[in-house]
Design a protein around this ligand. Structure first.
Ligand SMILES: [Zn+2]
Length: 318
């Protein structure tokens, strides 16, 4: 049987529109494995794929959120999920195109678990200088009672930055920058201005109090500053991808900033009253926020050492 072909429209304007549609269809087709609904993958993976546009996907279920941009030069990832999901993630992505660039928003295993596997395939890894330092050493995360061994040399970022940078990769523009001493001391945000998509990493969580990893330099004042910086980057129509959870809006980010700003101020006041972390938890400084954000125990317990580390910034306690 002769395959049917659709003739090109004779009118040049219609022809351009037709070609554009045809091209869009072709590009979408190359992304089809990513665009399948989660149910189609249910038998083989827990990963879920959320289309953000024809060339941009959010993959959930890999520990932390993974952002995937398809470019003319291959795939670009922001965060690579955890090690347990790595082979499934790579299998899913391998159906589309090779991964050329990975940006680690910070050192945590839910973001850097695919570093080894991707680097072996030639992926360039970009991160803040402090993230590279943490990945190259043993890390004692006291509040988790867990020690993380140094990662093998191949898992380390191959390109580092200290403040901010821009990248034009395969026609996809990115702006990324450091959010000092927030969730950790090496957090990056990544903004795609043409898509108006902002990836925050773990400085923002959806529907739960964010985590302050004081063992590697995070503190609640830095979290507040990070939210303020991200509010400058975003506008009302920005799609904000948090480190974990569904896509958020600027209003959600504003709500997190407002909450953190109030809680930070109250914790500083309680510190000046000589309270311990247990006293602060008992004082319920987050009471009106708990219905929305959940159990504040970890937030307060982890904020406490950071309040001492930054005590000069709030005038000392004497
Ligand atoms: Zn994290």
């Amino acid at each position: 049987m002769t395959p049917k072909t659709t003739p090109l429209p004779r009118n040049p304007t219609n022809r351009r529109a037709f070609l554009k549609e045809l091209l869009a269809g072709a590009v979408t087709a190359s992304l089809l494995p990513l665009g399948l609904p989660a149910a189609a993958h249910a038998s083989s993976t827990a990963l879920n794929v959320v289309p953000l546009d024809d060339h941009l996907r959010l993959i959930t279920g890999a520990g932390g959120n993974v952002l995937v941009a398809e470019t003319a030069e291959g795939l670009l990832l922001v965060d690579g999920g955890n090690a347990a999901s790595s082979s499934e993630l790579l299998k899913l992505l391998g159906k589309v195109r090779p991964v050329r660039v990975l940006i680690n928003t910070h050192w945590h295993p839910d973001q850097t678990g695919s570093n080894e596997a991707l680097a072996k395939g030639g992926t360039k890894i970009i991160a803040h200088a402090n993230t590279k330092l943490w990945l190259s050493t043993e890390i004692d995360v006291q509040w988790q009672k867990k020690v993380y061994p140094p990662r093998p040399a191949i898992a380390l970022p191959t390109e580092i930055l200290y403040t901010q940078a821009k990248l034009d990769f395969g026609g996809t523009k990115l702006e990324y920058g450091h959010l000092p001493q927030a969730h950790t001391d090496g957090d990056l945000y990544v903004f795609l201005p043409e898509r108006n998509v902002l990836f925050t990493g773990d400085v923002m969580h959806a529907h739960a109090y964010p985590i302050v990893d004081w063992s590697t330099g995070g503190w609640i004042g830095g979290m507040t500053n990070a939210a303020r910086k991200l509010l400058d980057v975003a506008d009302a129509s920005t799609r904000i991808v948090p480190g974990l959870g569904p896509v958020q809006t600027k209003a959600d980010l504003q709500a997190q900033f407002d909450m953190l700003d109030v809680v930070r101020g109250r914790l500083i006041a309680l510190l000046k009253q000589g309270m311990s972390a247990a006293d602060m938890i008992a004082a319920k400084p987050t009471a009106e926020f708990d219905a929305k954000w959940g159990d504040p125990t970890l937030l307060i317990r982890n904020a406490y050492p950071g309040l001492w580390a930054h005590v000069r910034e709030h005038g000392g306690i004497l």
